[in-house]
Design a protein around this ligand. Structure first.
Ligand SMILES: [Fe+2]
Length: 289
């Protein structure tokens, strides 16, 4: 094609794709090219603006490593991670809602017995909370043997891998539901924290006039063979930023109430929260005709 114009460039690029590529590749790239070109036309994007966007993405790549993925943060700020999560985990049978995984999950946390504490280091400004509840199927029957990974930030707003002064795997644990589907652990009241804003994600927040703060929350991942894995968060009902989450992850059904613990309890607060898991879709092999 030698006669590329403002009017035909979109079709020219789409038609340049090989007829041999996978249908999903074609679907994704056709739509991406249309929307990308449409965006550039709509805002009449200038050459310096486009170049600055390329430099921005280069800086995002430069600050990323195996512990930090700046592109996930950028997607969070743009609401893309939560949109994709909602599309990919539509609630159909009354199961618990999912929300974003976030960048701070670590595999293989310490395996702890029911009721154990995930606190390895004391912070003066923290309140302890006993979190407990049941894991049920969508018919309300308890599920035994569900693995539950939990993780949360310390009162200084940092996850342990961001903070050299916290012990390895501090405020992380892996629990398993008992025969009644019950789980319990002791953690601390989670504090609001800013998502990392010292890199390209911070530049984008400034550009958009938005803040980096997240409401206090505890992360959960629940999994058991035969059920759909649930990645979610419980939000403290009394935390700041509940209606202004910088990554748009809050859902009404995921708000938990922390109450003063009864007299004689060994934590200051208690919170009950039940989860419901949906059966996994059976993978059936369909014989080729
Ligand atoms: Fe978090």
């Amino acid at each position: 094609m030698r006669n590329v114009t403002i009017d035909n460039i979109t079709d020219v690029v789409i038609n340049a794709m090989s007829p041999d590529i996978a249908p999903r590749n074609r679907q994704i790239m056709t739509s991406l090219i249309k929307h990308l070109h449409g965006f550039a036309r709509e805002v009449d994007l200038t050459f310096p603006e486009w170049l600055e966007a390329c430099e921005f993405m280069r800086r995002a790549g430069d600050i990323s490593d195996d512990k930090r993925n700046e592109f996930i943060l950028i997607c969070d700020i743009l609401g893309l991670e939560v949109l994709v999560d909602m599309q990919d985990h539509r609630v159909t049978d009354g199961e618990s809602e999912s929300t974003v995984l976030g960048p701070f999950y670590r595999e293989n946390p310490p395996v702890l017995p029911k009721g154990a504490s995930i606190i390895q280091k004391h912070f003066d400004n923290s309140q302890t909370v006993r979190v407990s509840g049941r894991v049920l199927d969508t018919a309300g029957r308890p599920i035994e043997g569900v693995t539950i990974d939990v993780w949360e930030d310390a009162p200084n707003g940092l996850y342990e891998q961001q903070d050299p002064d916290q012990p390895d795997y501090n405020l992380r644990g892996r629990f398993v539901t008992d025969a009644n589907g019950e789980y319990a652990f002791v953690g601390i009241r989670p504090e609001p924290y800013p998502i990392p804003y010292d890199g390209a994600a911070g530049e984008l927040l400034n550009y958009m006039g938005h803040h980096p703060w997240r409401p206090g929350h505890i992360h959960f991942m629940l999994f058991k063979d035969g059920y759909q894995t649930l990645i979610s968060q419980i939000f403290d009902a009394d935390t700041k930023y509940l209606d202004k989450d910088s990554v748009f992850a809050v859902k009404e059904s995921l708000i938990g109430q922390m109450r003063p613990a009864p007299a004689g309890a060994d934590t200051e607060l208690v919170m009950d929260f039940d989860f419901r898991l949906k059966k996994a879709v059976a993978k059936t092999l369909i014989a080729a005709e």
